[in-house]
Design a protein around this ligand. Structure first.
Ligand SMILES: Nc1ncnc2c1ncn2[C@@H]1O[C@H](COP(=O)(O)OP(=O)(O)OP(=O)(O)O)[C@@H](O)[C@H]1O
Ligand SMILES: [Zn+2]
Length: 725
């Protein structure tokens, strides 16, 4: 049999189809190989998508030759299928999806050898105190990197070089740093309670047997879901298979990495945008070679080239952060399920507040639901009560009600921790002119500027625009007339400093100076009990374990309830349940106070009564009635342009071309709630169909009949939208 003579090569740019090339007789290429190909007047790198014996429609002579094959791991079969799947489903150009799954071959080149030093046993010809320090350190005979030796001995690198010249040290090539240290499934086995054991066994059996299966690990906050899926990871290790653990926010998982190391002896490999290029390349090739057994990462880890994937875990599966809302609009949780199916491996979706989608899938028998009904060790759930802001609210200009103030005082007196939750960054969400009522808006977005007093700026949370506080009103010229309206976490901190001057305060918000590293340290400080009152945005609600926390105060539970977003109810329930669930994880007798104007709202009521089933039953019934996901399918089309008329114009053009029929209901075009972002006007269309309908196929057929947007007009397609703004 002769070798295939043609290859379709997918290039990681905004194209949907691979291009065909000839394979030169002296070149062997296989599916997934990275190759250099001529593209226009340059050379591009692409992945071989399929091989063929025929040129496929184009004459042999018009095709160009593949220039070269790169000697790096190919894009594996499962990843190629995943890329096809995501492109077909989301309508994103295939090349753009490949881009997330491919590395530049140059970046994958083996790392440069590390040079180290070792003692030769010869004395130094000219002894100095610095030299003596180095030789004392190196007397153990171990090899060390040059700078490492200098740092440990407390001398400059020059001293090391001098000793090499002198013959007292010798330079040697060090073995490359291990990409992942060996994990031991038997390192420190946890003893599980009965419910944990049952759940763990079910997943372990599935890992051992192989085969695709979805588990919904549905356990209340603090029930030990992590311990349960660690046992499944242990089984995968025993089978010599790899595990992918997805988390919504990888930068804040130090606690998790430590727990993992306590269980398996070492940390897993982490994958996120913050790790350096060399390390990324090592992890990538280590995953491809099957040496890296466990990877923890945010959604981009979904595209790593696992050699033998035996288990996928999606922690906090309900998190909105799994949905990517720019470029390729994909949901990493859903695609993790697709990926597990491609590898014929089990997948675990874990949450204390499962998404309605996953819950319905479990109820219908598509997923297997494993329930952990109680906290580990019989620990009590916090006692939850509401504070009715209509009658028992805070005095004017303040946000902590007398009841909450008292509860914080009691908690301080008991030397325990309080958490005050307010999902608003900055000092105040709105700045208003007292004289004329003018509100300070972003020039580029439909949004008020948020007062960030620590930084002394007014900031747009959509585009990042910022400016110094205004001295006089641009409209009525009044001087010093601006007042801050409403609370943000900074303002709440000010109130706490006045009410509880003796308490150690800590504000946790994603935009504090010092970035992610500072947040990481502060989360650890909270866990160690180094703060008395923690003020935080949703950042604090996400899966952290704060053992000293005895009181949670929700400053404004109504924030998420009132907007028109079909997912607002679900999100509010999840956020409140998660934040309340941070309390009382190590000690009984914890409480939560929820400040609200609507204490009788069904969602608030379900939280207070601890009746999550009431929430799911009501929400699921509503979704079914309204044919919303998962009972129906939605797709959003967002047209944007510098001029509003252009956006509406193109939206009407595509609307006119919509296929006639009753399968899909089309709503719009309408101005988006966020009508202006970064100077672009936005118009939305929403398509809704029954669940069984092929929405992606329908959209593709429709849009292929419409002329592409021109000039600065852009069309974005969002299948299964999470955001309706
Ligand atoms: N079998 C066990 N043995 C020892 N400690 C356990 C066990 N199970 C759970 N724990 C402890 O209980 C606490 C809560 O566990 P974990 O963080 O896994 O809960 P979770 O279900 O993930 O909670 P959340 O959804 O709120 O994040 C942790 O401190 C954990 O170490
Ligand atoms: Zn803006």
């Amino acid at each position: 049999m002769s070798a295939p003579r043609y290859a379709d090569v997918l290039i990681p740019v905004a194209v949907d189809r691979p291009y065909s090339y000839r394979i030169p007789a002296d070149l062997a290429v296989g599916p997934g190989d990275l190759v250099a190909v001529p593209l226009g007047n340059r050379t591009a790198v692409g992945a071989v998508w399929r091989l063929r014996d025929e040129p496929g429609g184009v004459s042999h002579n018009r095709l160009k030759d593949i220039a070269a094959r790169h000697d790096v791991p190919p894009v594996p079969h499962e990843i190629r299928r995943l890329v096809d799947w995501i492109a077909d489903y989301t309508l994103a150009p295939r090349g753009m999806v490949l881009r997330m799954a491919m590395r530049d071959p140059d970046a994958l080149a083996p790392p440069r050898p590390r040079i180290g030093v070792r003692a030769t046993g010869q004395p130094a010809s000219r002894p100095t105190p610095s030299r003596a320090k180095v030789l004392a350190l190196m007397a153990d005979g171990l090899a060390r990197g040059k700078s490492e030796a200098a740092r440990e001995a407390g001398v400059s690198v020059g001293v090391i070089d001098g000793l090499v010249d002198d013959g007292a040290l010798e330079a040697i090539t060090l073995a490359p740093e291990a990409v992942a240290l060996p994990l031991d499934p038997a390192y420190a086995v946890a003893s599980l309670n009965t419910a944990q054991k049952d759940a763990a066994l079910a997943i372990e059996d599935a890992v051992a047997a192989g085969g695709f299966q979805v588990f919904l690990l549905d356990g209340v906050t603090g029930s030990g879901k992590t311990e349960v899926y660690f046992e499944a990871v242990a089984e995968a290790l025993r089978q010599d298979k790899q595990t992918l653990i997805l988390v919504p926010e990888i930068a804040l998982t130090t606690q998790f990495l430590d727990r993992f190391a306590q269980r398996f002896g070492h940390r897993p490999a982490a994958w996120h945008s913050g790790i350096g290029a060399t390390r990324r390349a090592r992890v990538w090739t280590g995953v491809a070679a099957g040496e890296v057994k466990v990877v923890i990462g945010a959604r981009s880890a979904l595209f790593l080239p696992f050699k033998a994937l035996g288990l996928v875990v999606v922690d906090e599966e309900h998190e909105q952060a799994y949905k990517q809302d720019d470029g390729v609009h994909y949901h990493a949780r859903d695609m993790a399920v697709v990926r597990a199916r491609l590898h014929d491996a089990p997948v675990v979706l874990a949450s204390a507040t499962p998404s309605v989608e996953s819950r319905v899938n479990a109820d219908k028998g598509r997923y297997r639901r494993l329930i952990l009904p109680e906290r580990f060790g019989g620990r009590e759930m916090p006692k939850i009560a509401t504070v009715d802001l209509k009658t028992r609210g805070a005095p004017h200009g303040r946000w902590i009600s007398p009841a909450l103030e008292l509860a914080v005082r009691d908690t301080l007196a008991a030397k325990e921790q309080s958490l005050l939750f307010l999902n608003r960054r900055g000092y105040a969400p709105l700045t208003l002119c007292r004289a004329c009522g003018e509100r300070v808006q972003c020039p580029n977005c439909t949004a008020w500027l948020v007062d960030h007093r620590f930084r002394r700026r007014l900031v747009c949370h959509h585009c990042g625009f910022s400016m110094p506080p205004l001295e006089h009103c641009p409209k009525c010229e009044a001087v010093d007339s601006f007042v801050a309206c409403g609370p943000g976490v900074e303002r709440l901190a000010e109130e706490c400093a006045t009410l509880f001057p003796e308490a150690r305060l800590l504000v946790l918000s994603s935009d504090m100076a010092g970035g992610i590293e500072r947040i990481r340290q502060e989360i650890e400080a909270v866990a160690k009990g180094e703060a008395d009152i923690v003020i935080g945005t949703q950042l604090v609600a996400k899966g952290h374990n704060f053992p000293h926390l005895a009181l949670v105060g929700v400053i404004d539970a109504d924030l998420g309830l009132s907007n028109g977003d079909p997912r607002a109810g679900e999100r509010t329930f999840q956020l409140l349940q998660q934040v309340v669930g941070r309390a009382g994880r190590a000690k009984d007798g914890s409480r939560a106070l929820i400040q609200t104007h609507q204490p009788a709202h069904p969602i608030i009521d379900a939280i207070v009564k601890g009746d999550r089933e009431a929430f799911y039953a009501a929400e699921i019934a509503m979704r079914e009635e309204a044919q919303l996901p998962p009972y129906g399918r939605l797709a959003a089309l967002v047209v944007s342009a510098e001029a509003q008329a252009d956006a509406f114009g193109y939206a009407r053009t595509i609307m006119r071309a919509a296929p006639v029929g009753t399968d899909v209901r089309l709503l719009g075009p309408a101005e988006a709630p966020l009508a202006l972002v970064r100077g672009r006007h936005r118009v939305r269309l929403l398509a809704r169909s029954a669940r069984a309908f092929d929405m992606s196929g329908w959209l593709r057929a429709w849009l292929s009949s419409v002329e592409a947007p021109r000039g600065n007009v852009r069309l974005e397609i969002d299948v299964d939208p999470q955001s309706f703004l």
